[in-house]
Ligand binder design. Sequence first.
Ligand SMILES: [Zn+2]
Length: 185
Amino acid sequence: MNAVRRQPRPDLAATLADLGIPADYGADSHLPCYEEARDLVEVEANFTGKVQQLERDTAKLWHGMKLAALADGIELQLVSGFRSIARQKELIAEKLAAGKALGEILKVVAAPGFSQHHTGMALDLTTGDVDPLSEDFETTPAFRWLNKHAREHGFYLPYPRDNPSGFIYEPWHWASVQLKHPRRG
Ligand SMILES: [Zn+2]
């Protein structure tokens, strides 16, 4: 199974329309579509106590990387792993209901079907006292460790500063290299 699709999926049209997202979202950007994971395993609870799931092979890679970091005195904590397309839709609907503009929402939350988290192969990480999902993560020893060692464990940083996907800089978001894909155009 290939987790990355180059073409938008027809079955997402209704979901996008419900949120007021144009049907050609993703067509003219650097955003591929992602398949929902089919082989998920529970890994660990995050700081809110919610148990996170990852795709089976990614879970193994994550455990390996976490232990290697620990051996270097670095604590990596999982904030968020798998997220369904339905949950992604809810997240955006909640932000719209709170009065946020769609364009601003889509800079920080991918449209349903376009989040790497659907695959169970993406991890949002935190460490120590840093605010989860804040850019401050880049100032931590954990981030420096990841920059040096994540590749050895099969992970990369998909959304660096000024990335072409249109997303904000996400130093906390790491993904399995299996999600790397040739850029369109
Ligand atoms: Zn993420």
